[in-house]
Design a protein around this ligand. Sequence first.
Ligand SMILES: C[S@@+](CC[C@H](N)C(=O)[O-])C[C@H]1O[C@@H](n2cnc3c(N)ncnc32)[C@H](O)[C@@H]1O
Length: 271
Amino acid sequence: MNLAVADLNPKQFQKISAMVYRTAGINLKEGKEALVRARLMKRLRFLGMSRVEDYIDFIDSDRGSGEVAALIDVMTTNKTSFFREVDHFHFLREQVLPGMNTSRVRFWSAACSSGEEPYSLAILLREHLPAIERKDVRILATDISRRMLDKALQAVYPQDAVDEVPTPAYRKYFTVRRNDRSGSCQIAAEACALVHFAHLNLMDPWPMKGLFQVIFCRNVMIYFDRPTQQELINRFWDFLEPGGHLFVGHSEGLSSVKHRFRYVRPAVYQK
Ligand SMILES: C[S@@+](CC[C@H](N)C(=O)[O-])C[C@H]1O[C@@H](n2cnc3c(N)ncnc32)[C@H](O)[C@@H]1O
């Protein structure tokens, strides 16, 4: 039995990609056959299955009720890094944090992957938010991938990921773990304490009550089609305080959707 070369015919591709789109908004419909096949094979191998039709029977059956989430998880692209698109962090440090004088501070990292983005925000806030010790500060970090959230919660990263952290002042929040030959690093408790991770599919209703001053939704909207992006942008508007900032990925921008935000600088918008 060769588990690596199961075939994916056009009908099966359509069925799988429609399921992913319907559930997570991820648009794998056109030209993405090779990617879907490679990621699906990973899942089949994990389940010890060799034929896509067996997998489809499984996911359609009662036994497979939890499988859709696992399928979505394997289909997501989770690439991220500390202080990714560092301009955003400079902008926050220079233009947003100095004027943040409310006692309640709420940020949202709306597709946080394995946690590098919200931990970078936590470090930035620890270093540059005036009077942080007297404020009620929380960074909500959500993602659809439970696999990534589990990783994020551990707050342990390989040394080469930490090497990307731009300044020594920020690197002091990482400690090389004792008795760990690989040299992986643990994030300091004072940074972790600001971050609250939760599972959230952006396509579902958002249960959060209060408004945010800052929302990061970076490098996820590229996987959504325009109507989905449009809906998300409208919803982010509703979840931001007046004057609050929305950050998207530098390759995303809002030029293809209608919105009421003020353009501030590339990939930064203000309500
Ligand atoms: C490429 S990563 C971006 C991580 C981080 N924001 C950054 O810019 O480095 C995209 C993340 O979006 C998540 N994602 C994809 N579809 C989602 C959805 N419908 N709801 C929530 N998260 C989703 C994926 O699981 C993945 O972790």
